[in-house]
Design a protein around this ligand. Sequence first.
Ligand code: ADP
Ligand code: MG
Length: 304
Amino acid sequence: MEPPNYSSTSSTSSDSETLLNDSLRVSVLSEALPYIQKFSGKRIVIKYGGAAMVQGNLQEAVLRDIALLSSVGVQPVVVHGGGPEINYWLKQLGMTTQFRDGLRVTDEKTMDIVEMVLVGRVNKQIVSGINKLGALSVGLSGIDGCLIKARPFDNGSHGLVGEVAKVNIDILEPLLSQGYVPVISSVAASEEGKSHNINADTVAGELSAALGAEKLILLTDTPGILRDKNNPSSLIRQLRLSEARQLIKDGIVEGGMTPKTECCIRALAQGVEAAHIINGKVPHALLLEVFTDMGIGTMVIGSG
Ligand code: ADP
Ligand code: MG
């Protein structure tokens, strides 16, 4: 039997598909309402790096999500890495690089390139991308306003790799209260004024704690923390602090996932409510995480 036609024009299957799509769209929007209300006026720190940063169309999608968050009153703070772009420029210059414990061993020459690429290029690309989408963004590094003070990581065993010695968010407050989206590259100066390269996950974690953020979201190139890192279907959806610590001890979490998991643990221990490791390769992963009931990726929670 034909469905009744209430419209003056005749209905086609593409009309009903459009209707279905439209009703799906509005139901998704409607599902977002309590989350928009919950997070409006609140801070969400987003670490942006990995694969989501390399592919142009994904980059656009991530920046759109950030602009959308900002326009519904959420206060996103973006911390970015730029590993692939640093690797590209090091290669162009015939320089090699070595990773130890998931961190780039950084000599003086490498540090020059890291600083030029992250602060000069990647940061400005993100800022300009967000501005283009109609939100207002300002780019900073840890050096600006003494936002982050660095100290050598593990007594300098990795060269100019730093860890966070101190955070001073004074520079961020007026920006956030005026609706700017701060975009921060993870380079910071030591007490002696020497630039250090700090893992961007670590910077995001410390900033989320200092800002009293609602959420810390780390975008990366895997579905989240995997029980078997070669099997994407072994995703761990939810994890308590103590379980996260155990995964590091057991070597299930290793390489680049170690600083991520560690910074989630530190952020939660300092009062951030939830930390998420999600797949930046999934289009609009950020919106899926913030605005849907299911969320995506791995959520690390404080209790326990
Ligand atoms: P990003 O550029 O996003 O910081 P990294 O390469 O530093 O990405 O860290 C993510 C990588 O961590 C993954 O691509 C994966 O190779 C590695 N990894 C190690 N252990 C795990 C695990 N248990 N689950 C998922 N990924 C893991
Ligand atoms: Mg990394």
